[in-house]
Write a protein that binds this ligand. Structure first.
Ligand SMILES: [Zn+2]
Length: 80
């Protein structure tokens, strides 16, 4: 019998951002050297990391868009 009662949430595939569901463009997932991943050049905001569900944290990469700080003026203003 095939029952549809089990509503286990499908975990996103490793190539997907857990925050928005878009491709995270992770080089490691794509079979590229880790050094070539965007996350090596782009700082990932702590806010974005905090929004990742604990079950996905450390396992699934987020995408470059979600990694950007929501309020990046706070970073730029630190220089002036
Ligand atoms: Zn995303």
């Amino acid at each position: 019998m095939n029952t549809a009662a089990d509503t286990t949430p499908a975990s996103p595939p490793p190539g997907r951002c857990p925050l928005c569901g878009q491709s995270n463009q992770c080089a490691i997932t794509a079979g590229q050297p880790p050094d070539s991943c965007w996350c090596m050049q782009t700082p990932v905001s702590r806010e974005a990391l905090a929004r990742i569900p604990s079950a996905q944290r450390g396992k699934t990469c987020i995408c470059p868009h979600c990694a950007q700080p929501v309020d990046d003026t706070s970073i730029l203003s630190a220089q002036s």
